[in-house]
Design a protein around this ligand. Structure first.
Ligand SMILES: [Zn+2]
Length: 166
């Protein structure tokens, strides 16, 4: 059973290592992560959020319900155009045990490449919500949280709610 790591845990602040081998254990962990994401009404979950310092993640396009399972994902291109959207994170919870949301500005579209379950390198251009989610999740693999993209004032507003949980 996987356990969700929460803001304050150092595992969320570490850089993850590339995946060398696609093992049955890895694929099973990703199955569990998809179930966990669904159960918590999330749209993405990265390995460090469940305690693995390894470069893999799962995510879902909320519009099409397409689930992506990405091993060694890499964003190879960012649009110059930016957009602002509300973001939350299953590892950044407030006093009600629900994610704390804040507006974050990021590139509007990206090109992302990853290795799929079969070991093939595949890619996609993403815009809208999927582009947003894949940037948030790949950040996790480098120990970056969405609050790092906020102004100090906005970050403090989020952290105040996080601290109130304790
Ligand atoms: Zn997150």
């Amino acid at each position: 059973m996987l356990q969700m790591k929460l803001c304050g845990d150092l595992v969320l602040r570490s850089k993850c290592e590339p995946v060398d081998n696609i093992t049955p254990e890895l694929l099973h962990t990703m199955d569990e992560m998809v179930s966990m994401m669904d159960a918590q009404n999330g749209v993405g979950l990265a390995a460090p959020q469940v305690g693995f310092l390894s470069r893999f993640l799962v995510m879902m396009d909320p519009d099409t319900k397409t689930v992506y399972r990405m091993i060694n994902p890499q964003i190879t291109s960012y649009s110059d155009e930016k957009c602002t959207m509300e973001e939350g994170c299953l590892s950044v919870l407030g006093s009600d045990n629900l994610p704390v949301f804040s507006n974050v500005t990021r590139p509007a579209s990206v090109i992302v490449e990853w290795t799929n379950d079969s070991g093939e390198r595949v890619g996609a251009q993403m815009s809208g919500l999927p582009a947003r989610i894949v940037q948030h999740e790949t950040d996790h693999l480098d120990g970056v949280l969405f609050i790092d993209h906020l102004s100090p004032v906005r970050r403090e507003m989020v952290m105040r709610k996080v601290r109130r949980r304790k």
